[in-house]
Design a protein around this ligand. Structure first.
Ligand SMILES: *[C@@H]1O[C@H](CO)[C@@H](O)[C@H](O)[C@H]1NC(C)=O
Ligand SMILES: *[C@@H]1O[C@H](CO)[C@@H](O)[C@H](O)[C@H]1NC(C)=O
Length: 295
């Protein structure tokens, strides 16, 4: 049964190889028989750091989605145990990015991805069963809906670093309300799955990874039964309540003003050293570790 399913997935992938293609850090598979519901699996072990390669491969994928017409629903998940997506690679934010890396250009592409997720004419479902820190959380907050498994933990480390959760803040405020958003954002909280479901960060939480997967797959398959025009109109109608581009622009100004302050560069440098360059041991409790180590 399992091998038949694998053969089916391979055939379907071959048939639609002209559509969005897989890259090595973002694996693509089909959820339903005509591949109108697809799964993108983030695979950048050990912690799914949101590094330059993830950012550029995601950009390629989102651009391809814009021009092909087969995909209706995209489920985004991870195959890295314990992690959905970590923060943006702090080496890129720092004053001395690695050789050959233009930090400004990487950030431009990062924000382009966030815009593309919001604007895409497909439905995005985040299936989260691991840590979602910073960048990982900003991306899932811009998707159409979110579901959590037992290993999910949500958090924005930014306040402890000296920044704001720029790409996710406005969405989070709409989901959980200003009071709860203030509690989480101002304290760089780490919020487990059950609480995230209770407060609205995610739609619902599941006891097991299997139950989470089953829900995401069946929901995506059911949505993909319907006409693309209906899905697009429904998404556009819901987006009438979305935060405006001007709000993000003002948040970017706030972010850039903070990023220019000397204490932020110092914090970033200290975190890179103390975390042994964002090692797994550190990332498992990223926000709490930053708070303990820096304050
Ligand atoms: C997708 O649909 C648009 C509008 O109907 C069309 O212009 C475009 O060529 C289609 N793209 C592909 C790859 O079929
Ligand atoms: C870095 O990228 C930015 C934005 O794309 C560009 O304006 C700038 O010229 C680049 N800097 C270098 C040194 O290439």
């Amino acid at each position: 049964m399992a091998s038949l399913k694998a053969v089916f997935v391979c055939l379907v992938l071959a048939a639609f190889s002209g559509a969005i293609t897989a890259s090595n850090l973002l694996k693509k598979s089909c959820i339903n028989s005509d591949c109108s519901a697809v799964r993108i699996t983030i695979s950048n072990p050990p912690v799914n750091l949101w590094d330059v390669n993830v950012i550029s491969q995601l950009n390629t994928l989102l651009i391809a989605l814009k021009t092909e017409n087969n995909t209706k629903v995209v489920v985004v998940s991870s195959d890295v145990p314990g992690f959905f997506g970590s923060q943006i690679d702090l080496n890129v934010l720092g004053p001395n990015p690695p050789p050959g890396i233009n930090g400004t250009a990487v950030l431009d592409q990062y924000y382009d991805n966030l815009e593309r997720i919001l604007d895409a004419e497909v439905i995005f479902i985040a299936e989260v069963n691991g840590r979602a820190w910073g960048a990982g959380d900003e991306h899932l907050l811009r998707m159409d809906m979110r579901f959590a498994g037992p290993d999910a933990i949500f958090g924005a480390p930014e306040a402890a670093v000296g920044l704001i959760h720029v790409g996710g803040m406005q969405q989070l405020v709409r989901l959980v309300g200003p009071g709860v958003a203030a509690e989480y954002m101002l304290s760089a909280a780490q919020v487990p799955a059950k609480e995230a479901a209770r407060t609205g960060w995610v739609n619902s939480a599941y006891r097991t990874a299997e139950a989470l997967r089953e829900h995401a797959d069946s929901l995506a398959s059911r949505i993909a039964l319907f006409h693309i025009e209906v899905l697009r109109a429904t998404k556009a109608s819901i987006a009438e309540q979305a935060p405006s581009a001007q709000m993000l622009a003002r948040d970017l100004v706030r972010f850039d003003e903070l990023a220019a302050m000397p204490f932020v560069a110092k914090n970033v440098a200290r975190i890179l050293t103390l975390s042994r360059d964002q090692s797994k041991g550190w990332e498992l409790n990223n926000n709490d570790n930053i708070v303990k180590a820096l304050y």
